[in-house]
Design a protein around this ligand. Structure first.
Ligand SMILES: Cc1ncc(COP(=O)(O)O)c(C=O)c1O
Length: 396
């Protein structure tokens, strides 16, 4: 007996695959500054925790498209940004992850192609393998500030099999916030070639500087029938374990299709759906505060990295990630070495090698992704340790 090729080809998450090494290091008494995973240290709001604690109903299957009251408050939250999302345009999913899988399943058959911008959220690779979709990468370059290339470069990737363009704004892992002109060009391209746009906007509240502005793909009126938005609660409200997201589209055929997929998995979690309802009413106030915190952390990490000789990085504009080129040949080996062989005063750092954030082979070999999910004091410490580690590694 043999497992499927699909199973064999599914990559281990680069964010998680170093966990066994981290466990071993912890057993040896080494403190690890975990900058590998987008799991913020910020607290889940008390109002959410209280609603979980006070939940007394039976844990039944909820309606497959989600609890109506949550659908309604989430749709209204979009209205605060003047986006025309109504209850019938939104279904609740088990995390943004499930919403992306539903979007790929709804728009593509096996072997169809989806254009993505690399480096991208690494799990896109796994979703593509699960759904039989081929990711066709357009490489973003640090010299272009990780912004989109000329539209002709993107158009070159379109074939008769292309069904959609998948874009993540603000971007994990580069922190790019795309400009109106770039997004407009993507919508024009999608309209011209009759493509869907899957717009992963889960970091929509995390734009770190006033000079930049988040623009939802939904604000482009003409594209709406071809558009699927991906949303979640995980990072917005520090509830990563709640597993609640949303798929949004003005195209009712897409919503009906996604609802059929949702019916096959029956229901998203009861308690967490219920618990999230009130926070949407004060969402902006909550996220503005945590955005300030990420801005502070971004400045600490960026200034710290600049002081490490040989590193190359850009100041992220949004989300809470940064791609950094390190003065080492192979960051997979370096990240493993940090956990297996190195410690400074019983401390080390855990980073995500960036190779798997690219679909093009052998790209990003010298890069890591850092998630600035620790407080400023800890981030300063982590950077100091990283600097010492790089010096030691290069003297080996
Ligand atoms: C860009 C992006 N999209 C989607 C997700 C999925 O999030 P979740 O399934 O927790 O909602 C993540 C999680 O880190 C992400 O970074």
């Amino acid at each position: 007996m043999k497992i499927s090729n699909r199973a064999f080809n599914t990559p281990a998450s680069p964010i998680r695959k170093l966990f066994p090494k981290a466990e071993e290091a912890t057993k040896r008494g080494v403190k690890i500054y975990k900058l590998n995973i987008g799991q913020p240290d910020l607290k889940t709001p008390i109002c959410i925790k209280k609603r979980c604690q006070n939940y007394s109903k039976d844990l039944v299957y909820e309606p497959s498209p989600g609890i109506p009251e949550l659908i309604s408050t989430w749709a209204k939250y979009f209205a605060t940004d003047k986006l025309p999302v109504t209850d019938k345009d939104l279904i609740i999913t088990t995390g943004g992850s499930e919403a992306i899988v539903f979007a790929l399943l709804a728009t593509c058959d096996p072997n169809d192609e989806v254009i993505v911008f690399e480096p991208f959220y690494t799990n896109y690779k796994s979703y593509a393998i699960q759904t039989g979709v081929k990711l066709v990468p357009v490489t973003l370059k640090i010299e272009d500030n990780f912004h989109l290339p000329k539209i002709e470069e993107i158009a070159k990737k379109i074939t008769s099999k292309t069904k959609a363009i998948l874009i993540n704004n603000p971007s994990n892992p580069t922190g790019t916030v795309y400009k109106k002109k770039e997004l407009q060009a993507i919508t024009d391209l999608a309209l011209k070639h009759n493509l869907f746009i899957i717009s992963d906007e889960v970091y929509n509240e995390f734009v770190l500087d006033k000079k930049n502005k988040f623009i939802s793909m939904m604000s482009f009126t003409r594209i709406r029938q071809q558009l699927i938005l991906i949303e979640n609660a995980s990072k917005k409200f520090n509830v990563c374990g709640a597993r609640i997201g949303a798929l949004i589209s003005k195209n009712q055929e897409i919503i009906a299709t996604a609802t059929k997929f949702a019916q096959a998995r029956l229901s998203s979690p009861s308690i967490e759906q219920y618990a999230l309802i009130p926070i949407f009413k004060t969402a902006k106030k909550y996220t503005q505060k945590i955005c300030q915190e990420y801005k502070k952390r971004r400045d600490v990490i960026f200034e710290g990295l600049k002081k490490i000789k040989g590193t190359v990085c850009l100041k992220p504009e949004g989300a809470f990630y940064i791609i950094v080129k390190l003065p080492v040949n192979d960051t997979e080996k370096f990240c493993a070495w940090l956990l297996d062989c190195f410690n400074y005063k019983k401390q080390t750092v855990m980073l995500a090698p960036a190779k798997d954030f690219y679909a093009t082979p052998n790209r990003g070999l010298q890069e890591v992704r850092i998630a600035y999910v620790l407080n400023s004091k800890e981030l300063k410490k982590a950077i100091e340790i990283l600097k010492i580690a790089i010096d030691k590694y290069n003297k080996k």
